[in-house]
Design a binder for this molecule. Structure first.
Ligand SMILES: NC(=O)c1ccc[n+]([C@@H]2O[C@H](COP(=O)([O-])OP(=O)(O)OC[C@H]3O[C@@H](n4cnc5c(N)ncnc54)[C@H](O)[C@@H]3O)[C@@H](O)[C@H]2O)c1
Length: 381
């Protein structure tokens, strides 16, 4: 089952004017393994239908809401194989629970849920269902991030002693939410977004990237979250000091009021013998610096890269791959996991694809950072 045909995706969210839904559709379909066939794309039946037309799916499969989609798809001879969740955060949990309950695997966007309490509910539901659950921490899909991960695992840097991760954006420098701008409006509303503003939107990506690349865990943190733009109800600027479980220390900066910055995600990891430096806005290069040797600049698709980096590369060097391709790597790994699951192979999610463990860690990070900021103290993870 599911071999020799495309896997069928049903999407919740991604309606007219949405940001990430169309990216999921492009990424899922990039490698020819998956096709979007159904969806509950928006809050209203009319908008969902309009999105279905734009995506060129069968109009009967553009549903008014996700409950209807799960019910109708469950009755079809050719139902969807999984549900992709690309709605504002407050819907991640209810949609995931309903999908798992109906027997559909889930690929969700981050943050996994709106609150930490919710992710614990989700964790139980995933365990009970035994269904694959993937989480699209996009940056885990870049080949040079896989290379950085492989370098850390090889221990060539020696013991890691210092980490610095920053995710700087400037698009919320003005009160965009008061203009009705779609993405800013729900992100600034605690009921739709959850309690962590910038920390939940992009801080959690930075946190995931750090733990993903280094294989270290944050053990304690001291965070300062601020709401800089007058009237804004959630944090838009965050700085956290970190202690890692091997004794390394670090800093995590996330800001959406860093005027002039676009999508400035950058990770630096310093070991005893050398360091790595990766920037999302120049994703096909990885700088590796040595205490006793010249600096290296590694390029995506280089024949000298680790297998981990090369298997997620599609094009020869100098033909840039980027955001959509990184997303597509995660979808390709999810497709593999679904095929394995159809073949009754348990625990089929590869270690490279973020799943429920990353979901729980990420929500814990947001929760701990908020708590630390309120108390002004170091807090254990
Ligand atoms: N992985 C990444 O790099 C990345 C990037 C951007 C956003 N995201 C995440 O993706 C999610 C969506 O963000 P966005 O920026 O695309 O938001 P958006 O506002 O652009 O899109 C959200 C979509 O969900 C739809 N929606 C709302 N309620 C719905 C309902 N009840 N049923 C069906 N659809 C509904 C909206 O109509 C809209 O089409 C968020 O959780 C966000 O954190 C992840």
């Amino acid at each position: 089952m599911a071999q020799g045909r495309k896997l069928r995706m049903g999407m919740v969210g991604g309606g007219p004017g949405a940001f990430i839904g169309p990216v999921h559709r492009m990424a899922a379909e990039l490698d020819g393994r998956i096709e979007l066939v159904a969806g509950a794309f928006s809050q209203t039946a009319e908008h969902s239908r309009a999105a279905g037309e734009a995506y060129r799916i069968d109009s009967a499969r553009a549903y008014a809401n996700y409950v209807e989609m799960l019910d109708a798809e469950g009755k079809r001879p050719d139902p969807i194989d999984f549900v992709a969740i690309v709605t504002p955060n407050h819907l991640h949990l209810p949609v995931a629970l309903a999908a798992l309950e109906a027997g559909f695997p889930v690929m969700s966007d981050k943050p996994a849920t709106a609150t930490y309490a919710e992710v614990l509910q989700l964790e139980k539901a995933v365990a009970k269902s035994q269904l694959p659950y993937g989480l699209t921490h996009t940056y885990a899909g870049y080949s040079m991030v896989r290379e950085a991960r492989s370098i850390c695992a090889s221990r060539r840097l020696g013991t890691i002693r210092k980490v610095a991760v920053e995710y700087l954006q400037g698009w919320l420098s003005a009160p965009l939410e008061t203009t009705g701008q779609k993405q800013a409006t729900w992100r600034s509303d605690p009921a739709l977004n959850g309690p962590g503003g910038c920390i939940g939107d992009i801080g959690v990506h930075a946190f995931h990237l750090l733990e993903y690349v280094t294989a270290l865990s944050v053990e304690s943190l001291n965070a300062a979250l601020r709401s800089v733009v007058p009237g804004r109800r959630l944090d838009d600027d965050c700085t956290a000091l970190l202690r890692m479980d091997n004794g390394a220390t670090g800093v995590l900066m996330a800001s959406q009021i860093a005027a002039g910055e676009l999508n400035g995600l950058r990770l630096r990891v310093y070991g005893e013998k050398g360091s790595i430096d990766w920037r999302q806005e120049d994703p096909n290069r990885l700088r590796v610096k040595w205490l006793d040797g010249p600096e290296e600049i590694r390029h995506a698709a280089g024949g000298y890269l680790s297998d981990d980096a090369r298997v997620v590369t599609r094009l020869p060097g100098g033909h840039p791959e980027g955001y959509v391709e990184a997303f597509a790597v995660l979808y390709r790994e999810f497709a593999d996991a679904l095929v394995a699951w159809h073949q009754k192979k348990p625990n089929s999610l590869p270690a490279t694809l973020p799943g429920i463990r990353a979901a729980v860690r990420g929500m814990r990070f947001i929760d701990r950072a908020i708590e630390s900021s309120k108390s002004g103290r170091w807090i254990n993870f």
